[in-house]
Design a protein around this ligand. Structure first.
Ligand code: NAD
Length: 508
């Protein structure tokens, strides 16, 4: 363990949202903390704010009063950079501009001791680029906290080309000693979380643009079927459409306009209209006083079909069987079929999406009554199931498929016939990005999953999700999407290799 001793003073430069949060974390861990900001009075104000926050936590019984008192006493404003000379670690959380950050670190280099560590909380500026301006870039690393820093457990430890391995290790161990979970990443665009999470927003926004469903239904499906804590519309409304669009734009530009990161025109329009989300009163949803809560479009109740057959014991068919049985509905069990059919309800034929549209599959099977089901995080407990019907599907078959799912206890969300549907398309793209990130040596397979669990609260890491449904399934979905929608959906080489070798992705 190489964590900095808590006796060593820590400096935080920039007393805004992130700087104040980081200062609080370091002070609670027992360090003397100096807070500096070029805005007169900002550091003292931030310390007073931290004090009020700590007292509130004590009041709620969530923090020991003595610990809060010690942390408060450990925090001091510093009027000048020179006052930071005796610190063993300086964490920068100032404005997100390369010139400002290099200027600050160049000044610090001349003031602090040779063994003082320098860290930046930048979200998007390469640590390598900041380091290039320094005389000793090996002592600079990224300590990327998430907002709000005191509550979010993840810290990305970012190594630029010149960051010393021992420096990165000490930063990681120190973050761990502060009660955080560090993950190690190279300084590539978006690091881990802001890169791998892009498809969560990007695919949702695309589905809206394709008119597959509306924002309220999208959010509901991602929560009640995909198991995510929030859907992409409510989450980007919370983050701010402008902020989310800016991150997407930065990552897209940094990846030389790779199609999979292409920013959404729909989101650009929201930003242009000033519909920035919660902070402006309106985004995808309406937060103004008196506005009604977003309501998903769900199918009206349909009678249970007269005859139900389930095929094979794949996860979806097996879960449907258990759910029908629990609800007291009879069904027949048949052997698995080569075409992957999972259920028949009267004249309706149901399949899980494989990235082709229902319309294409209906055509290829010469079977107009073809309907598709989405991927659920847990098909035994999911509350909602999206249902996509072929354009040529008769109304009676839509009603029968809906009735079957409702008999099994699902709310049914009828959606447009978009390739890959909603959860499957999003998850396949998350897996692809996670696999590519690991394959490019940005981080380990364990760290990419850990980062997505703790940085954005995903219900399961993308690579663990891939192990659950199989790299073959993900690859098939992406290959079909690529055929109909283009390069954006190309399975990465690591995923292709997992499929061709039969070995698990990154053999975690
Ligand atoms: P903020 O605007 O809330 O605070 C920035 C503070 O830095 C301000 O108080 C400003 O007066 C001060 N400042 C600017 N230039 C300075 C300088 N040269 N020297 C000293 N102080 C200076 O910004 P924030 O949201 O706290 O972001 C700070 C950094 O953290 C940025 O690099 C940002 O990309 C990164 N970050 C932000 C978030 C987030 O969600 N807000 C999350 C992770 C990382």
């Amino acid at each position: 363990m190489t964590a900095l001793s808590s006796r060593i003073p820590v400096a935080v430069v920039g007393a805004g949202t992130m700087g104040a949060g980081i200062a609080q974390v370091a002070a609670l861990a027992g360090h003397p903390v100096l807070l500096h900001d070029t805005r007169p009075g900002a550091a003292a104000q931030a310390i007073a704010g931290i004090g009020r926050g700590l007292e509130a936590l004590v009041g709620k019984g969530r923090l020991d009063a003595a610990l809060a008192g010690r942390a408060q006493a450990a925090l001091r404003p510093a009027d000048t950079l020179e006052a930071l000379a005796g610190c063993g670690l300086v964490i920068e959380a100032i404005v997100e501009r390369l010139d400002a950050k290099t200027g600050l670190f160049q000044a610090l280099e001349t003031l602090v001791a040779p063994d003082c560590l320098l860290a930046t909380n930048t979200s998007s500026i390469p640590v390598t680029a900041i380091g290039a301006a320094l005389r000793r870039p090996e002592r600079l690393g990224g300590l990327h906290f998430f907002n709000p820093a005191p509550r979010m457990p993840l810290v990305e430890i970012v190594s630029g080309l010149d960051t010393g391995p021992a420096v990165a290790r000490t930063l990681a161990d120190t973050a761990a000693a502060w009660g955080k979970t560090p993950v190690m990443t190279r300084s590539t665009p978006g690091f881990i979380v802001n890169r791998v999470a892009r498809p969560f927003y990007g695919e949702g926004l695309r589905l809206l643009q394709e008119q597959a469903l509306d924002p309220a239904t999208l959010d509901h499906v991602m929560r009640a079927c995909g198991g995510f804590r929030m859907g992409p519309c409510e989450l980007t409304d919370l983050i701010g459409q402008d902020v989310n669009a800016a991150v997407s734009h930065t990552v897209w530009t940094a990846f030389h306009h790779a199609p999979r990161f292409e920013p959404s025109m729909l989101q650009q329009e929201l930003v242009a209209a000033g519909r920035l989300g919660r902070k402006s009163g309106r985004g995808f949803h309406d937060y103004r006083e008196g506005a009604s809560a977003p309501a998903p479009r769900l199918a009206a109740p349909q009678p249970c079909p007269r005859s139900i057959t389930l095929y094979g014991d794949g996860p979806l068919a097996a879960a449907l069987g258990r759910r029908l049985q629990a609800a007291g509905h009879a069904f027949e069990q048949a052997a698995p079929r080569d075409d992957g059919r999972c259920a028949q309800a009267d004249g309706a034929f149901l399949y899980q999406t494989d990235g082709r549209t229902a319309t294409q599959r209906a055509h290829e099977l010469n079977q107009p009554a073809t309907l598709l089901l989405d991927l659920a995080l847990d098909p035994d407990t999911a509350a909602c199931m999206p249902l996509a019907a072929a354009l040529q599907c008769p109304d009676a078959a839509r009603a029968a498929a809906t009735g079957l799912l409702q008999a099994a206890g699902f709310e049914v969300a009828p959606i447009g016939d978009a390739p890959g549907m909603v959860v499957m398309r999003t998850v396949a793209m998350l897996v692809n990005e996670a696999a590519d990130t690991v394959a490019q040596g940005v981080c380990s397979a364990a760290d990419v999953d850990q980062a997505m669990l703790l940085g954005v609260n995903y219900p399961i890491g993308p690579l663990a999700w891939c192990r659950r449904i199989g790299a073959g399934t993900v690859g098939t979905v992406l290959t079909h999407l690529q055929r109909s929608c283009g390069e954006r959906y190309r399975p990465c080489v690591a995923l292709q290799s997992a499929i061709h070798s039969g070995r698990p992705l990154h053999d975690a």
